[in-house]
Design a protein around this ligand. Structure first.
Ligand code: ZN
Length: 416
């Protein structure tokens, strides 16, 4: 049993003093009166709903433009160069770096959208490495295991993409079962399923994967409409957008998440949200890759569930992801206060996105400080220079607008 006496604690969307949080077997079992003896502000640990840890190895690469400006597709060539260089030792070291930086950024759970599977042909060697790396760092991992079948609709995998290959659906399913058994022994690891995107997975396989996730009660994640080209390919091949295809063909639930939705049509988005689907946005990566700007106000108006991901891990900071989600909209719309809850509160809304919504997206019992939830916390130094002179009333907003990772004292995961 562990007991925490946070000086300040984020409970029921308010900051409260003098609480005592009792933890048993990793879960919060009681919240009562405490003595303020633990310094700092305790927030639920941040949940990073979308990461490709190996892309940490790309940091600083692909940022020179001798032939002039390029786009997402130029970046992807650099990423494929990295994919071809990677060996198990470098793969592990990037995973370790990414996960350690995540903890330093207050992240207690990561959804690792994992599609770089093979060291040699079909060995799935990198799957175990992701799990090992997360375990060594002590971060909670939801291994979102991805299917990846072709280069584009009706196009065979290119040489660079061979390490992603899950063309043999039965073998992929067997691997899922193997991992599922292994993971069940680990307290800090769980599983989710992924169809990489409409461009990389066959229609029939997408519906099969969605069925499998639904029947296993697992989260399902997909990249959706990050790029205009993906939408055009889908329209050419299927006469419908990727999102329209998903709405027509799969069971949508609060465990199903579309990542990006940068260019999603209004009617498709409305249906996705109404049927309980989540949207994961990755502001820093989407900016870095010049993806475009998601129509966030529409999701906010529909009370849709947005979560955040560090995606390419070119920079790992949940505070910056939260800030940029709002700031991109301010720049684009010349309006302030786009990401707000029904009380008009931006800071609580952004904190919820980074905690509660991420937890729903990954199907973990975390994301809020309440009885029955996992004891995952991020502790903020309220005496840090970046928060100097800030009153309690403005503390969360100051955190969202004015702080970097240096205000984070520590993360606590499952009470440790
Ligand atoms: Zn991604």
């Amino acid at each position: 049993m562990q007991t925490f006496n946070p000086e300040l604690c984020y409970l029921n969307n308010t900051l409260q003093r003098g609480k005592r949080v009792v933890v048993e077997n990793g879960f919060i079992v009681e919240i009562g009166e405490g003595d303020n003896s633990d310094k700092g502000l305790y927030l639920p640990g941040f949940v990073n709903a979308h990461s490709h840890a190996f892309q940490r190895g790309l940091r600083g690469r692909g940022e020179a433009f001798p032939a002039g400006a390029n786009s997402f597709w130029g970046w992807r060539e650099e990423m494929y160069r990295l994919v071809n260089e990677v060996a198990s030792t470098s793969f592990k070291s990037w995973c370790l770096s990414a996960f350690q930086e995540m903890r330093n950024a207050g992240i207690t759970t990561v959804g690792e959208f994992h599609y770089l599977h093979h060291e040699e042909q079909f060995d799935y060697a990198f799957d175990d490495i992701v799990i090992e790396a997360a375990k060594e760092v002590g971060i909670r991992l939801v291994l979102l295991h991805a299917s990846y079948q072709h280069a584009g609709i009706g196009m065979p995998l290119s040489e660079e993409q061979k390490r992603f290959n899950t063309q043999d659906f039965d073998k992929w399913k067997t691997q899922i079962e193997t991992i599922s058994t292994r993971i069940s022994e680990s307290e800090l690891c769980s599983l989710g399923l992924v169809a990489h995107s409409i461009r990389a997975v066959e229609q029939e396989a997408i519906t099969q994967i969605a069925d499998l996730a639904y029947h296993m009660g697992l989260p399902l994640h997909l990249h959706v409409e990050e790029q205009q080209k993906e939408i055009q390919q889908s329209l050419d091949a299927y006469s419908k957008t990727p999102m329209r295809f998903l709405c027509d063909e799969i069971e949508i639930s609060p465990l199903v998440t579309a990542v990006h939705c940068t260019h999603t049509a209004e009617a498709d988005m409305e249906e996705w949200l109404t049927r309980g689907g989540n949207v994961c946005i990755c502001p820093l990566t989407e900016a870095n890759l010049a993806d475009g700007i998601c129509d966030v106000p529409r999701i906010v108006r529909s009370e849709g569930v947005i979560s955040l991901g560090t995606d390419s891990n070119a920079r790992i900071s949940m505070l910056e992801e939260m800030r940029l989600l709002e700031y991109v909209q301010r720049l684009y719309r010349q309006e302030r206060g786009v990401c707000i809850n029904s009380e008009g509160d931006m800071a609580s809304y952004l904190v919820d996105i980074a905690t509660k919504n991420g937890a729903r997206t990954l199907g973990v019992k975390a994301g809020s400080i309440e009885t029955g939830k996992l004891a995952d916390f991020v502790v903020i130094d309220t005496e840090h220079q970046q928060l100097q002179g800030v009153t309690e009333e403005h503390l969360l907003a100051a955190l969202c607008c004015g702080c970097d990772n240096s205000v984070i004292i520590k993360t606590i995961i499952g009470g440790h």
